[in-house]
Design a protein. Structure first.
Length: 144
C-alpha cells in the first residue's frame, strides 16, 4: 500500500466569471500539457475555505464575493486528508502572487462547457478539477 502519511487537506476552486468562463491554469511542468484549476494544500491554521480563497488569489490573482461549497472528499484510502471543492463567483481580478514553483503558471479563461469537455477528454492534471467542474455544471443546471 502507498504511504499516505504526507498527504494534507487541500482545496480546489472553480472561479466562474459573469460571462460563464472558468479560470484555468497551465504550466510548462505539466507532463503532457494538462491543465488544472486553482487550488492547493491547507496551511497551518487554515480552514478549507480560507485555503481556497488564498490559493485562488495567489495562483490566479482572483478574489470572490460569493462562495459555494461543492463537497468534501477523501483524497485516498488510508489517509485522513480531505479535499474540499468550491465554486467562487462575483470575481475581482488582480495580479497573481506566484511562488518560485508556480512562476510559470499561465491563467486563461474558458467557457464552462469547454472546461467540462476538457475534463471529459482527460485533459486535466489532477482529478479534483474535473469533479469540481462537473459538480458546478450540475449545480447550475447545465446537465442532467
Amino acid at each position: 500500500m502507498t504511504d499516505t502519511s504526507n498527504l494534507q487537506d487541500a482545496s480546489v476552486v472553480v472561479a466562474l466569471d459573469e460571462g460563464g468562463r472558468v479560470a484555468v491554469l497551465s504550466s510548462r511542468d505539466a507532463p503532457h500539457g494538462e491543465i488544472f484549476l486553482p487550488g492547493g494544500r491547507q496551511e497551518p491554521g487554515e480552514d478549507p475555505e480560507q485555503c481556497a480563497r488564498r490559493e485562488l488569489r495567489e495562483e490566479a490573482g482572483v478574489t470572490a464575493v460569493r462562495w459555494r461549497h461543492l463537497g468534501t472528499y477523501a483524497i485516498t484510502l488510508g489517509s485522513d486528508a480531505r479535499l474540499s471543492l468550491y465554486l467562487a463567483e462575483e470575481l475581482s481580478l488582480g495580479p497573481q502572487e506566484l511562488n518560485d514553483t508556480e512562476e510559470d503558471f499561465k491563467l486563461t479563461w474558458w467557457p464552462l462547457a469547454d472546461a467540462v469537455t476538457a475534463a471529459a477528454e482527460g485533459r486535466f492534471l489532477l482529478p479534483a478539477g474535473p469533479l469540481a467542474l462537473l459538480l458546478t455544471d450540475r449545480l447550475l443546471g447545465n446537465s442532467g
